[in-house]
Design a protein around this ligand. Structure first.
Ligand SMILES: Cc1cc2nc3c(=O)[nH]c(=O)nc-3n(C[C@H](O)[C@H](O)[C@H](O)COP(=O)(O)O)c2cc1C
Length: 170
C-alpha cells in the first residue's frame, strides 16, 4: 500500500526541538509517518560498500513506499546534522552497481526539507543540498521551511503558519 508522506528526522536528540516541530506538523496533518535516523545503524558511505549490510538499504526500501519525503534536521554549524548528511551520502550506494534499480525508484517522488535552528535566522544556502539532491535524483523539490522553538519550549506562531502552509502543499 502506498502511504503519502514520511518525515525523516535526523537529530542528535530524537525528542528535542526538531522533533517538537515535526510532532506539530504530524498533529496538524494526516497520513504522515515518521522515522528517526537515531533508531537505525547507518555507517558512512564507503567506496567498497563495506557498510552495505547495515540498516540503510532496508530503511531506504521502506521509505520508497512513500510519495513525499520530508527531511527534518536541526541546524548544526550552519548545515544539516551529520546523521542526515550520512543518509544522503549513503544514497550514493544505490546509484551504483546492482542497487541502481533501488535508486531509480526515487525518481518522481517529492522532497521537502525542514530545519530547526536556535532562532529565526537561517543563512542563505541551507536548502541548496536538498534542492540540488532532489534535482540530481529526479525528484521534485517542494520547499524548505525554517523553524525554531522558543525558550519556553513553545513553537512560534510564524513557525506554525509556515508548517500549515507546507501541509497545504502535500
Ligand atoms: C552542534 C550544534 C551546532 C549548532 N549550530 C547552530 C547553527 O549553526 N545555527 C543555529 O541557528 N543553531 C545552531 N545550533 C542550535 C540548534 O540548531 C537548535 O538548538 C536546534 O533547535 C536543536 O534541535 P534538536 O533539539 O533537534 O537538536 C547548534 C546546536 C548544536 C548542538
Amino acid at each position: 500500500m502506498k502511504h503519502k508522506t514520511i518525515i525523516i528526522l535526523g537529530s542528535s536528540r530524537p525528542f528535542g526541538n526538531t522533533r517538537k516541530v515535526v510532532d506539530y506538523l504530524i498533529s496538524q496533518g494526516n497520513d504522515i509517518d515518521l522515522i528517526s535516523l537515531s533508531d537505525y545503524k547507518i555507517g558512512y558511505f564507503d567506496y567498497e560498500l563495506k557498510n552495505e549490510n547495515d540498516d540503510f538499504h532496508p530503511l531506504l526500501t521502506s521509505i520508497l513506499n512513500y510519495d513525499t519525503i520530508l527531511f527534518a534536521t536541526p541546524v548544526y554549524w550552519y548545515t544539516m546534522s551529520a546523521q542526515m548528511k550520512t543518509f544522503f551520502d549513503r544514497i550514493s550506494d544505490v546509484l551504483i552497481g546492482d542497487k541502481k534499480p533501488l535508486g531509480r525508484q526515487l525518481r518522481g517522488k517529492v522532497m521537502g526539507s525542514i530545519s530547526c535552528g536556535s532562532d529565526a535566522e537561517i543563512f542563505e544556502g541551507f536548502k541548496m543540498p536538498f534542492e540540488q539532491s532532489a534535482a540530481y535524483l529526479g525528484m521534485t523539490y517542494l520547499e524548505h521551511v525554517h523553524t525554531w522553538v522558543l525558550s519556553d519550549q513553545t513553537i512560534p506562531k510564524t513557525v506554525e503558519s509556515r508548517l500549515k502552509s507546507l501541509l497545504n502543499k502535500l
